[in-house]
Write a protein that binds this ligand. Structure first.
Ligand code: TXA
Ligand code: MG
Length: 345
């Protein structure tokens, strides 16, 4: 299959480009498109054959449900039942935006593989002009996981999608780099109190300011049956092993010395303030005082590391609050728990 990248910059008359993509989706095809978080790989969520193609293209395990993207809040009642009042408040506060709400599924509407047979459905209204226009023209729901091969960092640029899925999908809508850079927050509204299953673009502090206390089940991913099935798979891994390291220049120097003495080539992903020319590569993630800059640049930096000959990647930690929570969650997965400290042999 030939993959066509279609540029849809704002301000240009591109109705024809959208129409060929919408036709493809209506005929059961899959298409990559930008959202405010990361690029998604979409198919009509009510079409079982179409949504099967998503799993095939990504190499995604079938027990991992997909988020359903919708263009209006009103559609929620078409796909979900028993919508709590707290959910309406979250939608009013944050939609369109980077938060996915899990509801009881209305039976028989969404294709069975989208919800992986667990009886709930995750809905989100993305805050991106391309995604919203696509949803409006399609007039239906788009099941869409991140548009990477399973196990690779989520794509924040169209070129990342092309690198992973070239030849496997017909179209990539190129709307430029995404803004938030990490995926949406996933919150289970069927639990009391609601449970955050994945930290993301909307922080727990922001959620609690609207609906009061919520529970965090983010670490439930270590358990046997995680609530957001996707959280049990190791994600976001570049080719070389990733080690976390604290934001301390002495510590970083020690680590680089040690690794280089052992004959290793080192790439560092870290803030402007800690830049060093001791390592072979240093990929900057913005200022240390703003974790949202790290969120916006992290996946691109992990992919840039893949283009180097680094044997080891050191990733500098950030504070675990606000957007830092989502970033640290992704970094810990990329590192698979490995952390460099003075005691590390
Ligand atoms: O920002 C995002 O959410 C991006 C963009 C494309 O919208 N999408 C995304 O999808 O990150 P994906 O498939 O890579 O991650 C979806 C996560 C997985 O951890 C999955 O297990 C969980 O949401 N999830 C989806 N539906 C669920 C459900 N009904 N119950 C529990 N978890 C669910
Ligand atoms: Mg993903």
């Amino acid at each position: 299959m030939n993959t066509q990248t279609v540029k849809v910059d704002n301000g240009v008359d591109n109705d024809d480009s959208y129409q060929q993509v919408v036709d493809c989706l209506q005929n059961g095809g899959v298409v990559a498109f930008p959202t405010e978080t990361v690029y998604g790989l979409g198919a009509l969520a009510t079409n079982l054959d179409a949504t099967k193609r998503i799993f095939e293209a990504k190499g995604r395990p079938s027990d991992n449900p997909l988020i359903v993207h919708i263009g209006t809040k009103e559609e929620v009642s078409t796909y979900a039942e028993e919508i709590p009042e707290t959910a309406i408040r979250l939608m009013d506060a944050f939609w369109p935006g980077p938060i996915t709400l899990i509801f009881k599924e209305k039976p028989g509407v969404i294709a069975s593989n989208v919800t992986a047979g667990i009886g709930t459905v995750g809905l989100r209204m993305p805050n991106h002009p391309v995604a919203l226009k696509l949803l409006k023209l399609l007039g239906g729901p788009l099941a869409a996981p991140s548009a990477n091969r399973s196990g690779k960092p989520s794509p924040t640029k169209a070129i990342h999608v092309a690198l992973d899925l070239d030849g496997k999908i017909p179209f990539i809508l190129d709307g430029g780099a995404t803004g938030v850079g990490v995926e949406s927050t996933v919150i289970d509204m069927t639990a009391t109190p609601p449970a955050v299953l994945r930290p993301g673009g909307i922080t727990v502090e922001m959620i609690e300011a609207v609906i009061g206390p919520v529970r965090s089940e983010v670490n439930a991913e270590e358990s046997e049956t995680p609530r957001a099935p996707g959280m049990k798979y190791m994600h976001y891994s570049p080719d070389a092993p990733v080690w976390l390291i604290e934001p301390d220049s002495n510590q970083i120097e020690r680590a680089v010395d040690k690794l280089m003495n052992a004959g290793k080539k080192v790439a560092i992903i870290g803030p402007d303030e800690l830049r060093t020319d001791k390592s072979q590569w240093y990929f900057s993630t913005g200022t240390i005082t703003d974790p949202s800059q790290l969120a916006a640049t992290l996946y691109n930096a992990l992919r840039l590391c893949d283009e180097t000959e680094a044997d080891v990647i050191l990733a500098v930690e950030t504070q675990s609050e606000g957007m830092g929570v989502a970033v640290m969650n992704r970094l810990k997965k990329a590192a698979d728990g490995k952390r460099f400290s003075s005691e590390t042999e």
